[in-house]
Design a protein around this ligand. Structure first.
Ligand code: 6GU
Length: 222
């Protein structure tokens, strides 16, 4: 899979990619992530990427020209162009799975008060938000999206079916998990997990997932 990210703050986006699973996914060639500074697509002396909104109002908007130039240079006939914006559709596990099937995703990170509407009109296929709060810039949100997508690519998680039991992939939150020792500071691992009875373990896990979901995220059960 190829991912191109367009941002005014490449370093904010790049940090998370240089660690752990995302780093290895790139080194093994399962994904190629390229980060582009939108300022490199300006042509004026001061490399201006923003301007005041027509009609007045506070804040600055991202100018259309650098974004159009970058997307038109990078896009292929199989590209999906995504705009990160608080006005976008909620980013969910289902959306992560859909993105993971695409050969090429171009992610535009919004900054300032937003982007010129013609970017949406002419370039963008999907608008995505990572939650109901406002970030100063879309680069952090894009890093979240890339992380969630890349870990779903075949072979990226070491263990087979690594992502199959995830909270949200099953529609439920994962229940409690334990590792050694069997007793720690007076707290015992539930006996069923030590029993070796795989059927009983599976039933216990299903009950725990259900009750944790009911308690914490009843909205997921509807
Ligand atoms: Cl995609 N961008 C910004 N600026 N804020 C957000 C967001 C995106 N998703 C949630 N909050």
């Amino acid at each position: 899979m190829d991912i191109d990210v367009l941002t005014l703050f490449p370093r904010i986006f790049e940090g998370p990619l240089e660690e752990s699973i995302l780093k290895r996914a790139q080194e093994s060639g399962r994904v190629q992530v390229r980060v582009h500074n939108l300022r490199d697509y300006t042509h004026d002396k001061h490399r201006v990427v923003d301007d005041r909104p027509y009609g007045g109002g506070p804040g600055m908007l991202m100018k259309p020209e650098p974004i159009f130039e970058a997307v038109e240079k990078l896009q292929r006939n199989d590209s999906c162009v995504v705009l990160m914006t608080p006005q976008g559709a909620p980013f969910t596990q289902a959306r992560a799975q859909a993105f993971a099937k695409k050969p090429h995703v171009i992610i535009i990170c919004g900054h300032y008060e937003g982007v010129d509407e013609r970017v949406r009109q002419a370039l963008v296929h999907e608008e995505v938000s990572i939650g109901d709060y406002v970030l100063t810039n879309g680069a952090l949100a894009a890093a979240v999206v890339v992380d969630a997508v890349v870990r779903l690519l075949p072979g990226v998680l070491g263990h087979e079916d690594g992502a199959a039991d995830d909270s949200f992939a099953t529609g439920l939150l994962e229940g409690p998990q334990y590792t050694r020792p069997p007793e720690f500071r007076g707290m015992r691992v539930p006996e069923v997990l030590l029993s070796g009875d795989h059927g009983a373990v599976a039933r216990w896990r299903a009950e725990q997932a259900e009750s944790r979901t009911k308690q914490r995220r009843p909205d997921l059960l509807k």
